[in-house]
Design a protein around this ligand. Structure first.
Ligand code: SF4
Ligand code: SF4
Length: 388
């Protein structure tokens, strides 16, 4: 066993017994629960991105949460689980999230749903970007953290899995300021790596039984993948998860950032995989490209700098695009936009693309999936050509 071990175990559906058996099979070879001592409090950081039903595949399925709770309780641990989705980080909002996402079932196995909504300001001098940040206090009070994530597409980061899950350690209402302060994909990816490294989960588990493809991370299409993944290292788990859905580490900004920081081995072959991944890669998984580098204002002034900025911002970088027929005019996208790039006109959002920072919060939080990722036609042709 080494820190690069990743288990990939077949799990065909969310039947309680099948999930528990698959989870045991995933954890045994990596000795994933060896750290658990009787009486210790384990915090499960579950991906509960929004108040959405389990069948939407936006959040971790309760069957996986409950199986993990049972295994932890068997070892005598106290268990608390929680998350901070976008929105007000408060008891009334999280009550709705817990109810809709099916988390109440975990209480019947002895878990507590986090009800401490306090925030602490923490200092992390080793960080590449986020040297100080607000942090959901409950995660700092447990003896050990388990990262329980979901495998989904993500319009800004390409994919959300183990490392991206820790954006949920930032209180919901404070998240937009991070998007605004770190609009470039590399910088935001380093923030996510900082949050993951600060939280130092002892174990990472990914629910990839049914993941999400297309317009993720909330309004994409549920897609059967059929696996549970586990590792003691989230970067390794993410590298394997990316491969499973047909992506390469260089496609994912958080994996690029981890590699640059020496958190991933130079040679991917050093990652030991328990399970035959090559047989199970889903070649037709509908991915979406991560935000490209936004060089806006980075290439400097001058005529050619401005032309290059314009080209990169308008042609290479994916942008939010409204599907007007699906829009109900609720205005949520305008409220959440950290750059104030959206104004509602005649009941429909209008995006000022010269102000947009390509964070895709509008896409993530649109309740109707009306905000999607758009791409310049030339880039779409190029991408399809590269796939062939
Ligand atoms: S959040 Fe979605 S449905 Fe609501 S106004 Fe914006 S695009 Fe339309
Ligand atoms: S318009 Fe959408 S993608 Fe652009 S800054 Fe606002 S929320 Fe982010």
């Amino acid at each position: 066993m080494n820190q690069y071990d990743v288990s990939v175990v077949r799990c065909g559906d969310y039947d309680d017994e099948i999930v528990e058996s698959a989870l045991r099979d995933a954890l045994d070879p990596i000795r994933g629960l060896d750290f658990v001592q009787p009486g210790m409090t384990v915090g499960i950081k579950v991906n509960l991105v929004s108040a959405m039903k389990p069948e939407s595949a936006a959040t971790v399925h309760p069957a996986v949460v409950c199986a993990l709770v049972r295994l932890l309780r068997e070892r005598g641990a106290e268990v608390v689980l929680g998350d901070s989705p976008g929105g007000i980080y408060s008891a009334p909002y999280l009550k709705v999230v817990y109810d809709v996402c099916g988390m109440r079932k975990a209480e019947s196995f002895g878990a507590r749903l986090n009800n401490d909504f306090s925030t602490v300001e923490v200092s992390f001098p080793e960080a590449a970007q986020a040297k100080t940040f607000p942090y959901t206090a409950w995660l700092g009070k447990v003896d050990a953290i388990i990262d329980l994530c979901k495998l989904k597409t993500h319009a800004m980061m390409g994919m959300t899995c183990a490392v991206k899950n820790f954006f949920g350690s930032i209180p919901g209402a404070r998240k937009p300021e991070f998007h605004y302060s770190y609009p470039r994909a590399e910088d935001f990816a380093n923030v996510l790596v900082d949050l993951y490294e600060y939280s130092k989960p002892r174990l990472c588990i990914c629910d990839a039984v049914i993941g999400m493809e297309g317009n993720g991370p909330t309004m994409g299409t549920p897609r059967e993948i059929g696996y549970l993944l586990a590792s003691r290292n989230g970067h390794m788990l993410d590298a394997v998860a990316a491969e499973l859905i047909g992506l390469k580490p260089q496609d994912i900004p958080t994996l690029r950032a981890a590699a640059e920081r020496g958190l991933l081995p130079d040679n991917p072959k050093e990652i030991s995989i328990f399970g035959d991944l090559s047989k199970f890669v889903i070649s037709d998984f509908k991915t979406i490209p991560a935000q490209q580098n936004v060089f806006y204002k980075v290439l400097g002034g001058g005529f050619f700098g401005k032309i290059a900025d314009f080209f990169v911002a308008r042609v290479i970088t994916p942008f939010p695009k409204l599907e007007a027929s699906a829009c109900i005019g609720c205005g949520k996208c305008a409220q959440i936009c950290p750059a104030k790039a959206i104004t509602m006109k005649k009941g429909k959002p209008q995006i000022n693309r010269s102000v947009c920072i390509h964070c895709f919060c509008c896409q993530e939080f649109c309740p109707k999936g009306a905000m999607r990722q758009g791409r310049h036609m030339g880039m779409e042709i190029l991408r399809n050509w590269k796939k062939q």
